[in-house]
Design a protein around this ligand. Structure first.
Ligand code: HPA
Ligand code: ZN
Length: 343
């Protein structure tokens, strides 16, 4: 029987696939758009949040991104992201930020990261929820822009620029259509040499072969989405064997990329039954009217997973994180202290 939603909201959880810009509250979208002179097609941005495809979603995501004009805006976004997720039991998150559009518009990566860090510092002090950053390359801008972004990030880290201490890895997101993601190998090489962890969105709109090619060519340690992995027995066996995590975003795969008509049709149960380290995450919570507590409740309801199974989902998220062993042990202890709800 499914677990009670309130208990799942309180269960300590990690979110490993969440776009910082996709956490922006609708009220903040409106206020920043006004402040920065960005025209919005409607004063109720939630009206925009219905998508028939990933690329249609990305147009809205880019509009939301365009409201972020200065360091203070990034600080506000980051503060609100963590205080909002903490209210739903998130104790640790590894958030993407995709600053290609902002760099193109003249913002400096150093200012973006230092603004985000200021917001995260304040939110962490208030909530205890930790947040680390994954700087994502935007595939709409091409592999050379991606390489330049990673080079700049590595230079800023060497100079100990504020906020870079929060960055633990790099990734890539945005469109998959007509893109050969293996062309991002030079950027990933720069990141690997600098000791950054490596992930990437693949398999939201592409095949199992493309996921396998990315693991081989880019050295991905995690795969974001990875929806078609089960289509390849060889890839599945490899990911099980090497415990390469998949950061699955079940609701997003229904309402953003339309990989499935209903949550009940999602392959997540088959992934987990096959032994894959498939975790549950939000993707763009504010743009799909979601939080991780509600996502756990939706998954529990759709697949009939009870408390023990949902606790295991939470523990798998901790395993898949890029925390060190003692930090993981601390989070596992938090989960273990959570009592099974009485009915
Ligand atoms: N996929 C690709 N790009 C994105 C996403 C996503 O789910 N969210 C924000 N940018
Ligand atoms: Zn995503």
């Amino acid at each position: 029987m499914e677990a009670p939603p309130r208990a799942l909201d309180l269960l300590p959880k990690v979110d490993l696939h969440c776009h910082l810009e996709g956490t922006m509250r609708p009220t903040t979208v409106v206020e920043l758009a006004r402040k920065n002179g960005v025209p919005l097609p409607t004063e109720d941005p939630a009206e925009l949040y219905a998508y028939s495809s990933l690329d249609e979603f990305l147009a809205v995501f880019w509009l939301v991104q365009s409201t972020l004009a200065d360091r203070d805006d990034w600080a506000r976004l980051a503060y609100e992201a963590v205080t909002d997720s903490a209210r739903h039991g998130v104790v640790h998150q590894e958030c993407f930020v995709t600053p290609a559009r902002h760099r193109d518009g003249g913002q400096h990566l150093g200012a973006v990261l230092s603004g985000i860090a200021e917001g995260l510092d304040a939110a962490e002090a208030e909530t205890g929820t930790t947040c680390r950053l994954i700087v994502d390359m935007d595939r709409a801008f091409g592999p050379e822009a991606g390489r330049q972004l990673v080079e700049e990030l590595v230079d800023l880290r060497s100079a100990r620029s504020p906020g870079t201490e929060r960055v633990i890895g790099v990734g890539m997101d945005s469109t998959e259509l007509g893109v050969d993601s293996t062309s991002y190998a030079p950027a990933y090489d720069v990141a690997r040499r600098a000791g950054l962890r490596l992930t990437g969105h693949q398999g939201e709109n592409s095949t199992a072969q493309q996921v396998a090619d990315c693991i081989d060519a880019l050295g991905l340690e995690r795969v974001d989405h990875g929806v078609p992995v089960l289509d390849s027995a060889v890839l599945t066996a490899r990911m099980v064997e090497e415990r390469i995590p998949i950061t699955v975003c079940p609701t997003s795969n229904v309402v953003v990329a339309h990989c499935f008509d209903r949550l009940e049709d999602h392959v997540l149960p088959h992934m987990r039954a096959a032994g894959l380290l498939a975790t549950v995450n939000t993707d763009d919570p504010a743009l799909s009217d979601l939080d991780l507590g509600r996502e756990y409740a939706a998954v529990s309801r759709a697949f009939g997973w009870g408390w023990e199974q949902m606790v295991q989902v939470a523990l798998d998220g901790i395993e898949a994180s890029w925390l060190d062993d003692s930090e993981k042990a601390d989070l596992r202890a938090l989960v273990a202290m959570t009592e099974e709800p009485s009915r």
